[in-house]
Ligand binder design. Structure first.
Ligand SMILES: *Cc1c(COP(=O)(O)O)cnc(C)c1O
Ligand SMILES: [Zn+2]
Length: 426
């Protein structure tokens, strides 16, 4: 293999500030290793493979991290952000709670279970993490517009972060999106665009606009390498909150597959930096049957992912052509994990199960993840004697309709003791 070369890329006419990307050194192709200069690029000029951030990490200690703020910037040395990142307006997500889930564990027959609850981020999903990193990059590139195609949560996070940063936002969503997710974006921006089509159509439109218009930072398109790194903070936090060690097993929802690949990358970095002990761990991916291209490929034992047309209530996971799907397959296979899928009814049951055992109201993505956890136990794919973490990526108030038909008042009674006594609730 020849040494990677650094190419001088175009940077939309802006000259990048020294140290603007912290310890990041270049963009490196995930497929061929070719390197290009840090800039608003996302595809390898040699092979069109995805570009990822490469770093030259200094020595980072647990103490330095622990002394940092209680948000994702405590890990700034491991992210493509400037050293003074805390000084710029951002939504400051992260350091969400890691809850011991004893009731759910008992219900499923698992010895040791944790829920990483990312529904408490500023706009109630894990997307605030990735958007915070994308915003920092957009600022450094001097972008005029902060934009995204979204299955919902990303739109909320982009619109809120753009508002706080005082940068114009334009967010594109499929027009059939859940109403709460539409309102949760429109409240922050007057430029919400509903597109008649599914997410994959919206994504294609965004790529065209990004190619035609100057100065638009599409967080998950042309600044995707920076955006994607934000998901690593989920992995760092889980390890730190466990007392600087890795879990044995982790269950992660899969839409584009970015989050799963980055949590794995985070664990690998922590091992390499000596911040946690090296040990084996198994990574499991969760999909809804109505959009399960990765789990279908996993079960068929093939490497290629065949795109599907999504049809599921788990809209935040409804990406029919997942960009990082092949890497999810690799990671789940290499670590001894699996990718599994569940029906929409199982997703609804998963939402109610987590709510009634742990008091956490998750959205359909979390319902998918909990239902997959249950299925992995029932099918013997998960080792119930090992320490397991399941990630809740979003809040149930955004997908009320999913369970509105299955949960309701147990009784409607007159305001009298007699009526109460006559009901069977006494
Ligand atoms: C976007 C999203 C995911 C998955 O994200 P990918 O990184 O695209 O796989 C999971 N859960 C929720 C709630 C999301 O909004
Ligand atoms: Zn390449």
């Amino acid at each position: 293999m020849s040494a990677p070369t650094i190419e001088l890329g175009q940077t939309q006419g802006t000259s990048l500030r020294e140290g603007a990307f912290g310890n990041a050194t270049a963009l490196s192709c995930r497929e061929c290793g070719h390197q290009v200069e840090l800039g608003p690029h996302y595809a390898c000029p040699e092979c069109f493979g995805p570009l990822e951030i490469a770093y030259d990490f200094p020595r980072v200690t647990r103490e330095e991290i622990e002394a940092g703020p209680r948000n994702i910037w405590r890990y700034k040395a491991l992210l493509p952000v400037p050293d003074d990142i805390e000084l710029s307006p951002n939504t400051e997500p992260g350091f969400t709670r890691l809850l011991r889930a004893n009731n759910l564990a008992a219900e499923l027959g698992i010895a040791n279970l944790w829920v990483k609850d990312d529904s408490t981020n500023p706009t109630n999903s894990f997307k605030d993490r990735v958007v915070a990193c994308a915003l920092s990059a957009a600022r450094e590139f001097g972008s005029k517009v902060f934009a995204c195609p979204s299955t919902g949560n990303l739109a909320n996070a982009v619109a809120a972060a753009g508002a706080r940063a005082g940068i114009r936002t334009v967010v594109f969503i499929p027009s059939n999106l859940e109403q709460p997710k539409q309102v949760n974006s429109a409240v922050f921006t007057d430029s919400l665009v509903a597109v008649d089509g599914n997410y994959d159509d919206v994504n294609k439109l965004a790529s065209e606009i990004a190619g035609e218009e100057d100065g638009w930072a599409f967080v998950n398109v042309n600044v995707r390498p920076y955006y994607a790194e934000g998901s690593k903070t989920l992995g760092y936090e889980i390890a730190e909150q466990l007392g600087w060690r890795l879990p044995d097993q982790i269950v992660i929802p899969v839409a584009s597959g970015s989050q799963l690949t980055k949590v794995h990358k985070a664990f690998q970095e922590l091992i390499r930096l000596g911040l946690v002990a090296d040990k084996p761990y198994r990574v499991f991916g969760a999909q809804a049957q109505g959009c399960s291209p990765v789990s279908v490929a996993y079960k068929a034992g093939v490497d290629a992912i065949r795109p599907v047309k999504p049809d599921t209530i788990a809209k935040s996971l409804a990406i029919g052509n997942p960009a990082d799907g092949i890497y999810v397959l690799d990671i789940c296979r290499e670590t001894g994990g699996a990718v599994e899928d569940v029906t929409d009814d199982e997703v609804r049951a998963g939402i109610v199960l987590l709510a009634r055992t742990e008091g956490i109201f998750t959205e359909t993505a979390g319902g998918t993840t909990v239902a997959v956890l249950r299925k992995l136990v029932e099918t013997g794919q998960l080792d119930t004697s090992l320490e397991t973490v399941v990630i809740n990526t979003g809040h149930g108030l955004k997908t009320l309709d999913a369970v509105a038909g299955s949960v309701a008042p147990a009784a409607t009674i007159a305001p009298t003791y007699a009526a109460f006594a006559a009901s069977d609730l006494g």
